[in-house]
Design a protein around this ligand. Structure first.
Ligand SMILES: Nc1ncnc2c1ncn2[C@@H]1O[C@H](COP(=O)(O)OP(=O)(O)OP(=O)(O)O)[C@@H](O)[C@H]1O
Ligand SMILES: Cc1ncsc1CCO
Ligand SMILES: [Mg+2]
Length: 244
């Protein structure tokens, strides 16, 4: 269940990576469909009163699930929805630095709020991410120039990616969808799944950037690169480290 802006890029990124996405958000369909998924992805980017009950039901369907708290501080309604969903709890929550900071502070009143874009660097909010992971019992992933992934104790950094990825709308939403696919593939280790998905998506961005002329062609080449990845390219290209 993802926002209307991200549906296309998220479904195409997932399909290119070998997953099998299906997007639906009608409350009448959730009880039949969701129990048959390997993993559920919920993204509040274009939240509405109609969709929230579907999100609740999908998050409670007993499948591993992943939350993208897009612009969590946009409104009181959205912050309360995010905190309610977080309590269900997801296997992973992935946001940009401002989103993770707002969730950790449970606050929708940041003076630096910039909508769906971040006004903080990922490294600045590492302590908030660890605190959020501990208080909600979930893996927290903060994206940025360096992605940080933590369960509240261990912290993994993933340093792949190119800055131009921020100029394509909904790349964050797409990488959270990929995290859900990786969690579906191995629900026993959400920390590793999230770190691998972020590193591999960033690597696809690096490879795509070799042929791109700007954001629109990067979007195309990133999806092509995801499709073309093989084990050798991944194992030699990912930059993942366990922080001391
Ligand atoms: N400066 C950067 N250098 C390298 N990679 C980056 C940089 N900024 C973001 N990325 C990568 O871009 C992807 C999207 O992260 P970002 O933090 O921009 O998400 P977001 O703000 O939630 O995006 P959106 O709301 O548009 O979906 C991630 O894979 C991240 O690693
Ligand atoms: C631009 C935008 N607005 C709501 S969701 C979204 C996609 C990036 O998060
Ligand atoms: Mg986002």
């Amino acid at each position: 269940i993802t926002n209307l802006v991200s549906m296309d890029i998220a479904a195409n990124a997932l399909t290119a990576a070998g997953a099998s996405p299906a997007m639906l958000h009608c409350i009448r369909e959730i009880p039949d469909f969701t129990p048959r998924c390997h993993a559920v992805y919920i993204n509040v980017g274009t939240l509405s009163e109609d969709w929230l009950p579907s999100m609740r039901a999908a998050a409670s369907a007993g499948r591993p699930w992943v939350l993208d708290p897009v612009a969590a501080a946009a409104s009181q309604f959205r912050m309360e929805a995010c905190l309610e969903l977080l309590a269900l709890p997801p296997a992973v929550v992935r946001g940009n630095a401002s989103e993770i900071l707002a969730l950790a502070a449970r606050s929708d009143s940041s003076p630096t709020f910039k909508g769906v874009d971040s006004s903080h660097d990922s490294g600045e909010v590492l302590q908030a991410a660890k605190a959020l992971a501990r208080s909600s019992g979930t893996v927290v992933a903060v994206s940025g120039a360096v992605d940080f992934i933590t369960d509240g104790e261990q912290v993994i950094s993933a340093s792949n990616g190119v800055a131009m990825m921020q100029k394509i709308t909904a790349t964050g939403c797409a990488v959270t969808a990929l995290i859900a696919a990786f969690v579906g593939a191995d629900p026993s280790d959400a920390l590793a799944a999230a770190a691998c998905a972020l590193a591999i998506f960033g690597l696809a961005g690096e490879i795509g950037m070799e042929s791109a002329k700007g954001p629109a062609s990067l979007r195309m080449h990133l999806i092509d690169a995801l499709y073309g990845l093989d084990e050798q390219t991944v194992t030699s290209g990912v930059k993942i480290a366990l922080l001391p």
